[in-house]
Design a protein around this ligand. Structure first.
Ligand code: ASP
Ligand code: MG
Length: 408
């Protein structure tokens, strides 16, 4: 039997209730009838994972954080519910199908509960069942470590399960079905003219994913390493989606691919800290020790031996950052100013490499809109400005038309 294996992944909203699961069951059976061997990865139904997280936090005394091993096993059950129900639904149509947990599917991970990484996939069981002509439904987001304990891959991790399986099973494509119809030039809720991209390369997609688009960034990294084409499309839509693939010639003549928006950004400024060798490191070390990632960093020119040192962090980390800085006895500064309500706007495009002028055009466009740029950072394929959240809409609208992203 040499049918083409296709990996499909359905996100939580696509399988939010039993009726939707039944629609998906039919869609999968249709794929099989077309002559494919579907291997389907599912997320938990609707908001199940959020609800489980919530219970795990409420069940402990004195606000103690839930035990991570138990929490991973708990969270993994969400995907087992959707996988088994979907399998029952397909089975009732008299089609051969089997649901498998991450462990049964042979997904091995490292030890890190809550954000485990896949170390290997033993495909023996899956290949046996595929060769027996069974549809496979795999519980996403989970695996097993070498202690035999269940691990989870981090929130949103079933995208990564899907891409990993596509790579391990040498599937032709990994199809991600979701509640948006593909990858857009920017958030269509903010800019009406946002255009769905037919193609996007891995590098650009990684920037778009990290900075607010909807896919698990690790899945894009993985797809790029193993060269798995990923097709993102609307679950219940007949419209064409977006193919994420190696760049080469496709669309690469287009220099700017899109504008990514990340709204959950805070800014921290340490006022008047003595400037000496090692100052920046002594500020950032205690933060990185607590796994807090710092993003844009700005240090101004020393005045009388003192500097102001600013950086951006995610809103979720702001409170911890402030507490950690205030508890550092060796840091002498005047004060720490913390501000919520910022956003990062990024112009993304591999085509911008070595092409000067984009930054200037971006700053000009923002200037014309009277938007104050708080911080700037660039990489080869991205220019990011930190702005006030209230300025996001007019900024993105203006950049979108300035760089003609509404045009093919
Ligand atoms: N159910 C998990 C979550 O909500 C994994 C996923 O949806 O991909 O994070
Ligand atoms: Mg998701």
């Amino acid at each position: 039997m040499n049918k083409k294996i296709v990996v499909q992944k359905y996100g939580g909203t696509s399988i939010g209730d039993v009726e939707k699961l039944k629609l998906i069951a039919k869609k999968i059976v249709d794929k099989k009838t077309e002559g494919f061997s579907p291997v389907v990865v599912v997320s938990a139904m609707g908001k199940t994972t959020d609800e489980l997280v919530d219970m795990s936090e409420k069940v402990t005394f004195n606000k103690v954080k839930p035990d991570l091993r138990e929490k991973d096993t708990l969270l993994s059950t969400g995907e087992l519910v959707s996988a088994t129900l979907l399998a029952m639904s397909i089975k009732s149509l008299n089609v051969d199908v089997l649901s498998l947990s991450g462990q049964q599917a042979g997904i091995l991970t490292d030890q890190i509960h809550g954000s485990a990484r896949i170390s290997d996939i033993n495909t023996d069981r899956m290949m046996k069942e595929i060769n027996d002509d069974k549809i496979l439904i795999i519980a996403g987001f989970q695996g097993i470590n070498n202690q035999g304990d269940i691990t989870t891959l981090g929130r949103g991790g079933s995208d990564t399960t899907a891409v990993a399986l596509a790579a391990a099973l040498s599937a032709d494509v990994c199809e991600i079905f979701t509640d948006v119809e593909g990858i857009y030039t920017t958030d269509p809720r903010i800019v009406k003219q946002a255009r769905k991209l037919e193609y996007i390369n891995y590098e650009d997609m990684l920037e778009m994913a990290v900075l607010g688009a909807k896919m698990h960034p690790r899945s894009i990294e993985l797809a790029s390493v193993y060269n798995v084409p990923v097709y993102v499309a609307g679950t219940f839509s007949k419209k064409k989606g977006t193919l994420i693939t190696k760049g080469d010639d496709m669309e690469n003549n287009k220099t700017v691919t899109g504008i990514a928006i990340d709204k959950n950004v805070s800014k921290v400024t340490i006022k008047k800290i003595k400037n000496k060798p090692g100052t920046a490191a002594s500020i950032l070390k205690p933060l990185s020790d607590q796994s807090i990632s710092i993003d844009i960093i700005v240090q101004n020119i020393p005045m009388d031996g003192y500097i102001d040192f600013s950086f951006s962090v995610s809103d979720d980390d702001l409170g911890r950052v402030y507490d950690i800085l205030m508890s550092q006895g060796n840091l002498e500064f005047e004060e720490v100013i913390q501000g919520k309500g910022f956003a990062k706007i990024s112009l993304v495009g591999t085509g911008m490499q070595n092409a000067p002028g984009y930054a200037t055009d971006m700053f000009n466009a923002l200037g014309e809109e009277n938007v104050e740029i708080e911080m700037i950072t660039t990489s080869e394929i991205r220019i990011t400005c930190l702005v006030k959240e209230e300025d996001v809409e007019k900024s993105v609208k203006s950049l979108h038309s300035k760089f003609e992203l509404d045009k093919d």
